[in-house]
Design a protein around this ligand. Structure first.
Ligand SMILES: Nc1ncnc2c1ncn2[C@@H]1O[C@H](COP(=O)(O)OP(=O)(O)OP(=O)(O)O)[C@@H](O)[C@H]1O
Ligand SMILES: [Mg+2]
Length: 180
């Protein structure tokens, strides 16, 4: 007898499901159709890159997936939850709890230490201070720069900056990590 349940993946809910996503910009006299009929499914653990020619709608789609812009049409399920019609306030909570952002410019705050930068998303999530500190150090250890915890962003190398941004993106155990 085979017990396959032990080999089941942790979760079978897709991290992302997009159905019929369309985006038309209406901020000009002539509307601009940027996306139509986008279907996309991303399973847990999947690594996905969006590629295409200039102007084909990649950034538009990334903004929608990252909940920074809303689609004109279609369904967006994040961790099985419909997020297309949520209020701004609910959307910012979903962003905080489910999405880790790694920005191209990394967006570290220059006056804060490396550790405090990693702690920021946990401050927003109201994690107690001692837990924040311990988790930040653990994450910095994971990316191999625990010894730079007390440095400021202008005192570390480019690759170290990148790793701080990755540690920060992981802070709230997001369902989705998002580089843009
Ligand atoms: N606010 C806006 N108003 C009107 N049209 C827009 C707006 N933003 C983007 N567009 C148009 O939507 C289309 C998709 O833009 P988008 O930025 O998603 O392209 P992209 O695939 O990221 O391109 P690139 O590779 O050059 O960054 C483009 O043709 C662009 O001109
Ligand atoms: Mg772009």
């Amino acid at each position: 007898m085979i017990d396959s349940s032990t080999n089941m993946p942790e979760s079978t809910t897709n991290v992302i499901e997009l159905h019929g996503i369309a985006k038309t910009f209406t901020d000009r006299a002539e509307p601009t159709v940027a996306l139509t009929g986008v279907e996309l499914t991303i399973a847990p653990g999947e690594f996905v890159a969006i590629i295409g020619p200039s102007g084909s709608g990649k950034s538009t789609l990334m903004n929608i997936i990252g909940l920074l812009d809303s689609p004109s049409e279609g369904q967006y399920l994040l961790d099985g939850q419909e997020v297309a019609g949520l209020s701004d306030r609910k959307l910012s909570n979903v962003r905080r709890d489910k999405i880790g952002f790694i920005f191209q410019s990394f967006n570290l705050l220059p006056r804060l230490s490396v550790r405090a930068n990693v702690e920021l998303p946990m401050v927003y999530a109201r994690l107690p201070k001692s837990q924040r500190k311990a988790r930040a150090l653990h994450l910095l250890d994971l990316v191999g720069i625990k010894d730079r915890a007390g440095y400021r962003p202008n005192q570390i190398s480019g690759g170290q900056t990148q790793r701080v941004a990755i540690a920060r993106a992981l802070a709230n155990e997001p369902s989705l990590i998002f580089g843009r």
